[in-house]
Design a binder for this molecule. Structure first.
Ligand SMILES: Nc1nc2c(ncn2[C@@H]2O[C@H](COP(=O)(O)OP(=O)(O)O)[C@@H](O)[C@H]2O)c(=O)[nH]1
Ligand SMILES: [Mg+2]
Length: 433
């Protein structure tokens, strides 16, 4: 066989696994190497199943067998990223790999203490995703609480509907969170899910019933070139938000109780979810732009007022031209800062267009303030705040759409864009295979 035929070898379809492989006693076999990669000469599989594990030696053999049976007939690989140091989870896996002839199917990566900067569930999943070669990647826990039998349903939903992300949901009809440990854990899980949906209400995440699910499948190209930086455990959110999933879907599943070993979840992990949500939120272009716009606007008010005060101190306290000069300076100031920060990703906004928009926004602010103060008899401070708010909104919308939008793009010439993904609405309700 030549190297090229080796390269073109089709991805192996998973064969049926023996019903219950009994992991041999750890001391009965010589210690195998701690890391083993699949034969990377075969064509990429359809799906890569990524399993993070830590101290799951008691149950991982049975779980691997279940996973292989569930994947029977599907071109697949299984990538385990293990951070155990108290038991021999990787040894169990590597022995099974050899005994069952899984060299083409099973990749085991063990990360001993000190081998990577951060050994967490999050970094393990990201490492698994980066090692994966499948068209789709499916992530699930390696402790048996996520049923691998549901993987074909997730895959079928993705292929049938064209979804770029399919989450397995405990909260869709037909799903269950009964395996979660105690009412407090259930309440926290539900609450954090609601926080995530509210925080990303402007994205398709709002339509997911279980956006923090640890069991999900996605097209691998969704995260190609995306820098995944998980804070804590919730990698689904990382994939959805940083990957910019446009067509997410969900299928129901029942979260099972643990069959052995212990949960490594902590209260600190729960709190990290909130930090993660905030980090991702601030990273969203729209939110960042809004915050920058507000900060630049506030600095412009300071420039305006400072100029007026300075002119008054110099004895120029007539209102007409000092007011005009102060406004012009503030508009110039804002324009440069918006170009530099607020719309830095959209070069080319014209000064004249911005000047027109800012002037129009000022007129709107004056009209609203006058309207509120006179016919509506609102107190002056309230009328003026209302005027500023509406004027700022007009400024933002027009600057975004016209000054740094279409006009700017026409002036700067066409920028190469990735092919637009299908824009139809996400299909979410109870998809099954
Ligand atoms: N590689 C890796 N896997 C982990 C780590 N912590 C937990 N896991 C695995 O992640 C999955 C979920 O963890 P688990 O403790 O069951 O959390 P719970 O289901 O939320 O209680 C299990 O398969 C664990 O073995 C870690 O630090 N590194
Ligand atoms: Mg678990």
């Amino acid at each position: 066989m030549t190297p090229s035929t080796l390269l073109e070898r089709p991805a192996p379809a998973v064969r049926a696994a023996p019903a219950d492989p009994v992991p041999p006693a750890a001391d009965a076999l010589p210690t195998p190497p701690r890391t083993a990669a699949a034969a990377r000469t075969s064509a990429p599989p359809l799906v890569s199943v990524v399993l993070p594990t830590r101290h799951e030696a008691d149950t991982i053999g049975g779980f691997l067998a279940r996973t292989l049976r569930a994947l029977e007939g599907i071109p697949a690989e299984v990538v385990v990223v293990d951070d155990s140091d108290r038991d021999d989870t990787p040894g169990v896996l590597l022995r099974l790999r050899e005994e069952l002839g899984l060299e083409d199917v099973l990749v085991v990566r063990h990360r001993p203490a000190g081998s990577v900067p951060e050994r967490t569930l999050g970094t393990a999943v990201v490492e698994g995703i980066r090692a994966a070669r499948g068209e789709y990647v499916c992530v699930l826990d390696g402790d048996g609480q996520h049923p691998p039998e549901a993987i074909p349903a997730l895959l079928a939903a993705a292929r049938r509907t064209g979804a770029d992300y399919v989450g397995a949901s405990r909260y869709l009809p037909g799903g269950s969170a009964a395996g979660l440990d105690g009412p407090l854990r259930k309440a926290v899980s539900r609450g954090l899910g609601l926080v995530a949906r509210a925080a990303f209400a402007g994205t398709p995440v709002r339509r997911l019933t279980d956006p923090l699910s640890g069991f999900f499948l996605f097209r691998r190209d969704l995260v190609a070139g995306v820098d995944l930086r998980p804070v804590g455990w919730k990698i689904s959110l990382e994939v959805l938000v940083r990957g910019g999933a446009r067509r997410p879907a969900e299928v129901p599943y029942a979260f099972a109780p643990r069959a052995g070993g212990d949960s490594k979840a902590t209260v600190a992990q729960g709190l990290l979810v909130l930090r993660h949500v905030l980090t991702l939120l601030l990273g969203l272009a729209g939110v960042r732009r809004g915050l920058c716009f507000g900060a630049v606007g506030a600095s412009g008010v300071a420039v305006n007022t400072g100029t007026l005060l300075a002119l008054a101190a110099l004895g120029f306290d007539g209102l007409s031209w000092p007011l005009w000069l102060a406004s012009e300076l503030a508009i110039l100031w804002n324009y440069h800062l918006h170009r530099r920060f607020t719309w830095r990703d959209r070069p080319g906004g014209s000064w004249w267009a911005y000047h027109l928009v800012a002037g129009l926004a000022a007129l709107v602010a004056i009209a609203v303030t006058t309207g509120l103060a006179q016919p509506a008899h609102a107190p002056l401070w309230l009328a003026s705040l209302g005027g500023i708010a509406i004027g700022a909104a007009v400024n933002f919308v027009l600057s975004d759409a016209v000054v740094f939008g279409r006009l700017a793009r026409r002036r700067a010439g066409p920028t190469p864009q990735p092919a637009p993904a299908a824009a139809s609405e996400p299909e979410l309700a109870g998809l099954t295979a």
